[in-house]
Ligand binder design. Structure first.
Ligand SMILES: Nc1nc2c(ncn2[C@@H]2O[C@H](COP(=O)(O)OP(=O)(O)O)[C@@H](O)[C@H]2O)c(=O)[nH]1
Ligand SMILES: [Mg+2]
Length: 288
């Protein structure tokens, strides 16, 4: 049996756990056709998968993946007419990636996972911290009649810190680390998942266009900064189909999703002008 692994990356809140929950529902319930089919579950963590998939089915938000509580999920999946392949899916707390950017530190276990040839990089389409133009800020301050930063009281000036950096800056740095020793392992496939695509699709842009508009630095890095033996695809993925609620709130969107008879139909994956319910599409590409 061939052993392939996919590593899942993304800052905190980028949609990683939700994707894994929906993926487990899709491959275990077989309600819609998928490119990869489920053979068996390898090591541990069936409880974790059951727990997150039952939250997902109930249209309830996932608990935050606790720091240090990284879950390693290994599934055996089969490609169309192909051999069973082991997909190791570490559900790493996003803080691990924040630490890489902010403190230049990486846990040895996480570093081991980051050497896999298949990379799924999650970006929450609706929560991108975009860079602001100095000129726009200045005009806004003038319109509001507020003093410019240079005139403001010194104690009100906020110092720069790594976590206020724009999302695209943090992600480009992470990708650069993956091309540098000790994480540089040669050719890789990178599937960028723009998660919560239901929040972005109303703008009528393709996932590539959306990424280029909202994160031009990342877009240019993907086109010209990656080693030539890396291949990239950009997917728009809605693993929920809309907003989920929690135990204290009720959302109309979540009610609508709970009413869909076949839960797998909440999911949509947009790539190259096509649309499906199949979350295994990017995985299948990473595994071939
Ligand atoms: N509207 C919408 N929200 C989503 C979707 N996927 C994830 N989210 C929300 O994004 C937030 C972060 O998701 P989560 O999976 O916990 O991110 P993680 O920290 O990367 O594991 C949660 O509030 C999710 O409900 C989606 O497809 N649509
Ligand atoms: Mg999580």
């Amino acid at each position: 049996m061939s052993k392939h692994s996919v590593v899942v990356m993304g800052l905190p809140g980028s949609g990683k756990t939700t994707f894994l929950a929906a993926l487990w529902h899709l491959v275990s319930e077989k309600e819609v056709p998928c490119k990869l089919t489920y053979v068996s579950l390898q090591t541990g963590n069936i409880e974790h998968l059951h727990e997150i998939a039952s939250q997902w089915r109930a249209a309830k938000k996932q608990e935050r993946t606790a720091q240090g509580g990284d879950k390693l999920v290994s599934m055996i999946l089969k490609t169309e007419g192909g051999n069973p392949q082991t997909v190791t899916f570490p559900d790493v707390a996003g803080e691990a990636f924040l630490r890489m950017w902010g403190l230049r530190e990486c846990d040895e276990t996480v570093a081991g996972w980051l050497k896999e040839p298949g990379v799924l990089l999650f970006i929450h389409a609706d929560k991108v911290t975009v860079p602001n133009w100095v000129i726009d800020e200045k005009l806004l301050m003038e319109d509001l009649g507020l003093p410019l930063e240079a005139d403001a009281e010194p104690e009100k000036v906020v110092d720069w810190s790594p976590d206020v950096a724009p999302t695209q800056v943090q992600l480009v740095d992470l990708l650069q680390s993956m091309q540098t020793e000790p994480l540089n392992v040669g050719p890789r496939r990178l599937a960028i998942i723009l998660s919560a695509w239901d929040k972005a699709s109303g703008r009528g842009l393709s996932p590539e266009q959306y990424l280029a508009r909202r994160m031009p630095l990342l877009d240019q890095f993907l086109k010209h900064g990656l080693h030539s033996d890396w291949e990239t695809r950009i997917y728009g993925v809605s693993a929920q189909g809309g907003d989920y609620d929690d135990d204290n709130t009720k959302l109309a969107d979540a009610e609508r999703l709970r009413d869909i008879d076949v839960p797998s139909e909440r999911v949509s994956v947009v790539y190259a002008g096509g649309k499906s319910n199949d979350l295994t599409e990017p995985l299948q590409w990473l595994l071939t």
